[in-house]
Design a protein around this ligand. Structure first.
Ligand code: NAP
Length: 335
């Protein structure tokens, strides 16, 4: 079979390699991959700039969907012909994050979805909603679940609340959609007026340009009314955290997810106290959370927002495009 492997870091160095088609062992399944989706982490892993270094060669990408073509002994959860996605944390079934074993992430250190076939634990796959195309379903495991886990599983979002999403990448657009599904209203920040317009068309109530208004915190608080926003999808990182603190109502929740604006910054913990903020780190989510999300998506007919689909052979061009930040929502590879 064909796969793409990182043998040397760098997007231009990603190489197509020949590997044997895997056989399922006890408790495992083999999936023929139909589509895969890109996440910011994948770019960093391919480039060698991710905060953790993994052994090479490595087949990248955590997110993909396909058909089960073989099952090993003892497998009951899924059968041949089922359409499934792999879970980001192969060992985090449910409950607390302590369940997730270090080193259990797909696409690094475990070989990921950029291959014709992948072999996964039968416990590490989830059936995807029937109404979604393969390309749409491929976007769920990392970006979709991170947004769901932050707002629904941990955040217990309720109708009438207000959510601030930063930027218009994969996680933030899913958060916008899930917030609307929950009856909450959404304020978006973006560097682009055209993207703010697209976010409004998806149901966002208001938007602010974080380039032209870098101190957007108080403006977001005013727009939200009621003392500020209830939930923040914090993907900007240390550079935007102070603005997030200014935007929340007293006791509002800040989900610390990413660092798109860089990793350097200064945070005064007393500001967290002053705003009575509830701050938590979000590590994607568990399989249980993933299954709850697929039920939510299935029952509401929600469709992930795909910016662009590339043929798999053009993975390097897709990674370059993704890295440029021009996308709105998700970038996907079709196999
Ligand atoms: N903790 C976790 O479990 C987890 C899971 C998934 C992702 N992440 C992290 O979360 C972040 C977002 O991931 P993603 O996959 O959604 O990324 P993405 O699709 O690459 O997001 C790109 C968008 O982010 C926006 N952006 C760039 N710099 C920004 C800044 N300084 N402030 C606010 N927005 C900014 C831009 O939106 P505009 O063009 O609209 O300005 C850009 O188009 C990344 O840092 C990723 O590593 C963490």
């Amino acid at each position: 079979m064909k796969a793409f492997a990182i043998e040397q870091h760098g997007i231009a160095n990603l190489r197509e390699v020949e590997r044997p088609i895997p056989e399922p062992r006890h408790g495992e399944v083999v999936i023929r991959v139909a589509a895969a989706a890109l996440n910011y982490r994948d770019v960093e892993i391919v480039e060698g700039s991710y905060h953790t270094r993994f052994d090479l060669p490595l087949i990248p990408l955590s997110d993909g969907v396909g058909e089960v073509v073989a099952v090993g002994e003892g497998v009951r959860r899924v059968g041949v012909g089922d359409r499934v996605a792999g879970t980001f944390w192969q060992n985090w079934i449910g409950g607390d994050f302590a369940m997730a074993e270090a080193g259990g992430q797909l696409g690094g250190p475990i070989d990921g979805m950029l291959a014709d076939y992948v072999r996964l634990s039968a416990e590490g796959v989830v059936h995807v909603p029937a109404h979604l195309t393969d390309e749409e379903a491929a976007t769920l495991p990392c970006a979709g679940l991170t947004a769901w886990h932050a707002l629904v599983t941990e955040g217990r979002i309720r109708p009438g609340e207000t959510v601030l999403v930063q930027g218009t990448g994969g996680v933030s657009i899913f958060a916008l959609q899930f917030a609307r599904l929950a009856g909450a209203s959404v304020i978006v920040t973006s560097s682009s007026e055209a993207k703010l317009e697209r976010a409004r068309a998806l149901g966002a109530r208001a938007g602010i340009n974080y380039r032209t208004s870098p101190k957007w915190g108080l403006a977001v608080r005013d727009l939200a009314g009621g003392g500020g926003v209830d939930h923040v999808i914090e993907v900007g990182g240390p550079g935007s955290f102070a603005q997030s603190l200014a935007a929340i109502r007293p006791g509002g929740q800040i989900n610390v997810i990413g660092y798109l604006g860089g990793v350097d910054g200064t945070i005064n913990p007393l500001d967290i106290f002053r705003r009575k903020a509830r701050v938590r780190g979000i590590p994607v989510g568990s399989r249980e959370s993933f299954e709850a999300m697929t039920r939510g998506i299935g029952q509401n007919g929600l469709r992930p927002v795909i910016d662009r689909v590339f043929p798999r052979a053009e993975v390097s061009a897709a990674l370059d495009y993704f890295r440029s930040g021009r996308h709105f929502g998700k970038v996907v590879l079709k196999f």
